[in-house]
Design a protein around this ligand. Structure first.
Ligand SMILES: Cc1cc2nc3c(=O)[nH]c(=O)nc-3n(C[C@H](O)[C@H](O)[C@H](O)COP(=O)(O)OP(=O)(O)OC[C@H]3O[C@@H](n4cnc5c(N)ncnc54)[C@H](O)[C@@H]3O)c2cc1C
Length: 397
């Protein structure tokens, strides 16, 4: 398998040099020249407008996917409560469906969960596929994977989206492997390529320093997981939906695991994803004493305290309150960032906040670039002043 240049056709534009991920093309006497390190990946072929790059590698044919229709969302529920990310995914699915002119469907698995279909329809589902059985009461990987595989094989969706929750992160790779398709995990953006009409799945790569866009030309459904809090839920008043009951043939003994006991973790405070106000602290807050002051501000504003990865690692903020690429994505009405530099991995989790106030003593801190209001100063003076003023306002009435 080789790639070569037809020198007569090459105009030395250098597009192929930029496109080659291996640095395997150079310009010699004004013409492109392929070096030994070429892997025949073909990245240069599409960018050459003069069609001067030739190969004997046979292009993989794109299969006919005309029978693949619809955008499916796995409607995650626990104990009869739908997860917020299911609504967020339905919101994004409506947008994708409009571009593709296809239906939005929700996939609801559980026991005695059929009543939830009404809520899914309110959030934009045009079809709800329900698998309702005592075997599906609690999430178990094997059982859920088998049912989703049956549904996918029967109804042939084009796109299948899941939340990047604990369940979604376990289920999506199993399903993708079982049905033999690719999966892009932890996407932060989903769009449709205007020409090829395929799903463009964007996610952070290389420690969050670049955003990679991944597309799948060769298999269906196109599968992606999306972190909670990244997309916006959109209600669709008056929407009508079809209910499709799927007959569950799976037996308890086929599942391979048994749930002996469910131990619920005690919930402390509001989940930061649900909080309307977040007072977030970073390394600049210093110590537990500094965070005590942030807690006072948060409680005056009816909010919660969150933090960067650094303060979580230092044990100043619980891990479930970490904001960012490896923490949670939040979208409160108000995000007050105190002593946070605004590294890209942190910004990835808070950029969707409605209003951002940043307090930082360094006027060049990146967080100030994304803030609606920036206060350049020492947070040890600014935060107590905010508290004093809030108390005064509250005291006056
Ligand atoms: C793969 C990967 C994933 C990551 N995931 C996450 C993630 O999910 N979430 C996350 O947050 N980080 C994450 N990080 C870490 C991230 O890169 C940064 O290191 C981290 O966000 C920095 O935290 P910080 O802003 O608290 O600290 P610093 O970057 O040290 O910033 C402290 C800031 O406080 C200011 N300051 C200091 N004293 C005061 C004062 N008295 N008054 C006002 N301002 C003051 C300073 O000017 C500075 O801007 C990740 C990193 C990697 C490589």
């Amino acid at each position: 398998m080789t790639v070569w240049i037809e020198a007569d056709l090459c105009n030395g534009c250098k597009r192929c040099i930029k496109a080659c991920p291996y640095g395997a093309i150079e310009l010699k006497d004004g013409k492109a020249s392929i070096l030994d390190r070429c892997t025949s990946c073909g990245a240069c072929l599409d960018v050459c407008r003069e069609k001067a790059i030739k190969t004997d590698v046979k292009q993989r044919a794109i299969p006919d996917f005309s029978d693949r229709k619809g955008i499916w969302v796995f409607a995650e529920q626990r104990y009869g409560t739908l997860s917020k990310v299911s609504f967020e995914l339905l919101g994004k699915a409506q947008e994708l469906a409009e571009t593709l002119n296809q239906d939005v469907s929700a996939l609801l698995l559980g026991n005695q969960v059929s009543h939830l279909s009404e809520i899914l329809i309110k959030y934009g589902a045009q079809n709800v596929y329900i698998a309702d059985d005592p075997c599906l009461k609690n999430y178990r990987t094997n059982a859920y994977t088998s049912i989703i595989k049956e549904l996918v094989n029967q109804y042939k969706p084009n796109i299948l989206l899941m939340g990047a929750t604990h369940i979604g992160r376990d289920l999506a790779p199993r399903v993708s492997r079982r049905i033999g398709v690719g999966l892009t995990a932890d996407c932060t953006e989903l769009t449709i390529d205007p020409e090829e009409k395929i799903l463009l799945q964007t996610r952070p790569a290389f420690g969050g320093n670049i955003m990679a866009t991944i597309a799948n030309r060769f298999s269906r459904p196109q599968m992606a997981t999306v972190r909670p809090g990244v997309m916006a839920a959109v209600e669709k008043p008056g929407n009508k939906g079809n209910i499709v009951q799927h007959k569950v043939a799976i037996k308890e003994e086929d599942i391979g695991t048994k749930i002996l006991e469910v131990v619920m973790e005690e919930k402390k405070g509001t989940d930061i994803c649900d909080a309307k106000v977040l007072v977030a602290g970073g390394r600049g807050v210093g110590d537990a004493g500094g965070f005590k002051v942030l807690h006072e501000l948060a409680s005056l504003l009816g909010g919660e305290v969150a933090g960067t990865r650094i303060v979580v690692e230092e044990g100043l903020v619980p891990v479930e309150n970490q904001v960012g690429q490896t923490g949670k994505s939040v979208r409160p009405e108000l995000y007050i960032a105190c002593g946070i530099s605004g590294a890209i991995q942190h910004r990835a989790g808070m950029m969707n906040s409605r209003y951002i106030i940043a307090i930082n003593k360094d006027p060049r801190a990146p967080i100030l670039q994304v803030a609606d209001w920036s206060i350049v100063g020492d947070l040890n003076k600014v935060v107590p002043e905010m508290i004093a003023q809030l108390k005064e306002i509250k005291g006056n009435g």
